[in-house]
Write a new protein. Structure first.
Ligand code: GCW
Length: 712
């Protein structure tokens, strides 16, 4: 690409001006102006009123100004249009073609036969004559409908397009920011953040770049996210003050995100009545404590009327909680739920509770058991505005873990599944690791056995009353939002899966590619699409191949969790061990001879996981300690599998890097270069993983590689 072309490409892809005079320009992620070309070239009529309708108007106006289209807001005269976005109760328009398109949408809803309800966020898209109509009952539905039209590009105007209703499966689709207000001495500004500083906070104060926050809200709305928490679940002194003295800082964020339909939640300290209120106790059954929370919560709602609620990490990794007072987690969660209930708020109460002062010599304590042991007995005791938020796996966001049995153990509780978009254990946004397929596997898992209900069903709940999906966010103040430009796809995919947990992750990735690298802005759109799929589709499995084998987990460097550290956690207090010796490796979690963790699953999986003969290969070492010569279902032995996958993983990463090189000149140069640089690091790091893991197991087992490759 010559310099002129590169300037042109940049104009197509970047917003024209820095969002704030002092701030650098930010990559538009999956909403480059060019993605709005199809919409912006059309004649659009918007009908209805409301804050979010104004947002839609703003979006459409910008697109039309750029690409020559036109926009009218509830005109009192007849106009010729290609697209109408209308609230259903906004009254008639003096326009027969538009009314015909509206009637087509209404007819489609009647045909659905369930009253055709759209809810607060749904919409229907229909065609009549030459007009496409998007109808919604509420402004948020129009906003989601608008972004759907953007995603569809020209297909939204295809005369043959059948009408379709769209509604989110999950009511709450939430991101948790582990952002610290004050820089933490070890964890920094963002705990487990791999994309620079926080977009909200800097050095103990609000960052003040609300334009960027607004842009973030726009990105989130366009993929369906409707809630965020703005501070780390580890709540230190400064962060605790957000609930009281510094509530104004939270309100500012809420004001900026409101036009995009996003509600703000806050992580709070369970000890707040003591730390902030000066009470002698935070005992959940103490009357003064209840009064304190009620008053504090009322003040929050006075300031932020649509405040979402609280997020709590209690009795976990040093955070205060109800155990201090001899109470359980239902007592704790219900205390906050009671304070939030009059205002319609919810408390997200995390189930990530375990003993982090374990003795590695003790093989009977099993961290994987902890969440179930603490929470399953409490089923039925939580108030209806409590959501118990459960990490998807029983240990900790590993590259491969079984699905947490807690998700199937609390039928009388609203449970949410918690995913990690920030790539703490999956390459820290230096490695390409597209997580859509992994999340989708989790959501499709059937805890009661094949053909039964799925995790998606559990978190959806009856009448959409389930706890929804939550994920730890991966953005920062980085130019590309996510450090690795391709990690933007994980954020996008999370939102889309939270809207529809049954969606196909490859199709979602395809949407992301089309939006982020619009075909009209590249010389060879097919090459770009194919290359991105080749690099990203299977990248999570590639990552799995060159890191910890067969579900054993935790072979990372202690502290930063990046790179190989095979024995890094083996003799620590964290409860994450692999027990490799000269004969074998893995954790015996069977009922027969191990920790009994398999017994936490409903009977089908309890049986499957119980025996090494039936346990799926990819989870074998999570559930069993087996000899190196154990033969897998694949026909390979455990030791040979380790060697083969590690050699294969590095070859795949090398191939990724080669494929990426084919895109020189095809896409924005700054994206190209950032990814190229990170792929170099991925090759380096994967090689290190391969050599350390292979060498470690060769030295332990003494078994040579059948194919005689280099092991040290
Ligand atoms: O994975 C671990 C992380 C901690 C994190 C904790 C949690 C916020 O290493 O940094 O703390 O999980 O989920 O609470």
């Amino acid at each position: 690409m010559n310099a002129e072309e590169s300037v042109e490409l940049e104009q197509l892809m970047f917003v024209e001006e820095p969002m704030d005079g002092d701030e650098p320009r930010v990559h538009p992620a999956w909403l480059p102006p060019e993605a709005f070309r199809s919409l912006g070239a059309r004649r659009v009529l918007l009908h209805g009123e409301g804050l979010l309708v104004d947002t839609v108007l703003n979006e459409v106006s910008r697109a039309c100004a750029r690409y020559g289209g036109r926009v009218w807001h509830s005109p009192s005269w007849d106009v010729d249009v290609d697209l109408v976005l209308a609230l259903r109760d906004a009254g008639e328009l003096p326009n027969p073609a538009v009314e015909a398109a509206r009637a087509a949408g209404e007819a489609a809803l009647v045909e659905l036969g369930d009253g055709g309800t759209l809810g607060d966020e749904g919409f229907v898209l229909a065609r009549a004559g030459d007009v496409t109509a998007v109808l919604a009952d509420a402004p948020a539905g129009l906003l989601y409908g608008l972004f759907h039209v953007v995603r569809l590009c020209a297909a939204a105007f295809d005369p043959a397009r059948p009408p379709k209703r769209h509604r989110p499966a999950l009511r709450r689709r939430m991101l948790n920011h582990w952002d610290n207000v004050a820089v933490h001495p070890v964890m920094g500004q963002v705990e487990r953040g791999y994309a620079g500083g926080s977009i909200f906070w800097r050095d103990g104060r609000p960052r003040g770049d609300l334009a960027r926050v607004r842009e973030y809200g726009r990105l989130l709305a366009s993929c369906g996210v409707n809630a965020i928490s703005v501070n780390n679940v580890n709540v230190a002194r400064t962060e605790a003050l957000l609930l009281t003295e510094r509530l104004g800082d939270v309100a500012e964020i809420a004001d900026v995100l409101r036009p995009y339909g996003i509600r703000v939640h806050l992580s709070v300290s369970f000890a707040a009545p003591v730390v902030l209120g000066g009470l002698p106790t935070a005992d959940p059954l103490d009357e003064a404590v209840r009064v304190w929370w009620a008053a504090a919560t009322r003040r929050v709602y006075d300031r932020i009327p649509d405040f979402g609620g609280y997020l709590v990490k209690a009795d976990s990794e040093g955070q205060p909680g109800p155990f201090t007072y001899g109470r359980d987690h239902a007592d704790g969660a219900n205390l906050l739920a009671e304070a939030l209930a009059p205002h319609g708020g919810v408390v997200h109460w995390r189930a990530f509770v375990y003993n982090h002062h374990q003795d590695w010599r003790d093989r009977s304590t099993d961290r994987a058991r902890a969440a179930y042991d603490h929470f399953a007995p409490l089923d039925g005791r939580f108030r209806t505005n409590v959501v118990v938020q459960v990490k998807f796996g029983p240990v900790d966001f590993q590259t491969r873990e079984p699905v947490s049995p807690v998700l199937a153990a609390m039928p009388a509780t609203r449970v949410a599944v918690e995913l990690q978009v920030t790539q703490e254990y999956t390459g820290q946004q230096r490695h390409v690791c597209h997580l859509g397929p992994w999340w989708s596997e989790v959501l499709r898992f059937t805890p009661w056995g094949p053909g039964g209900r799925t995790i998606a069903d559990v978190v959806t709940g009856e009448a959409a009353a389930g706890g929804g999906m939550v994920a730890v966010a991966n953005v920062g103040d980085d130019l590309f939002w996510t450090g690795h430009p391709l990690a933007q796809a994980n954020l996008y995919t999370f939102g889309r899966l939270a809207w529809d947990p049954r969606a196909d992750p490859t199709a979602i990735l395809d949407e992301w590619i089309t939006l982020t690298f619009p075909p009209s802005a590249t010389a060879d759109a097919e090459l770009v699409r194919r290359t991105l799929h080749e690099i990203m589709d299977d990248s999570w499995r590639t990552y799995e191949r060159y890191t910890a084998p067969l579900g054993v987990g935790f072979m990372v460097n202690p502290g930063d969790h990046y790179g190989p550290g095979v024995d890094g956690y083996e003799y620590t207090r964290w409860g994450t061990y692999h027990f490799a010796d000269r004969d074998g490796v893995g954790v015996d979690r069977s009922r027969a001879s191990g920790t009994g963790f398999t017994g936490q699953y409903p009977s089908y999986w309890a049986q499957v996981y119980e025996s090494p003969e039936t346990c799926p290969d990819e989870l074998l070492l999570f559930f069993h300690h087996v000899p190196y010569g154990h033969v897998l279902h694949s026909g390979s032995t455990v030791i040979q599998h380790i060697y083969d996958t590690h050699f294969a993983g590095v070859e795949e990463v090398t191939a990724m890097r080669r494929k990426w090189q084919a895109l020189t000149g095809m896409i924005d140069m700054s994206v190209y270069e950032r990814v190229a640089e990170r792929l170099d690091e991925q090759v380096r790091c994967a090689t290190e993983w391969r050599d350390q893991i292979n060498t470690y197991f060769f030295r332990k087992s003494g078994v040579p590689d059948e194919r005689g490759r280099d092991i040290y």
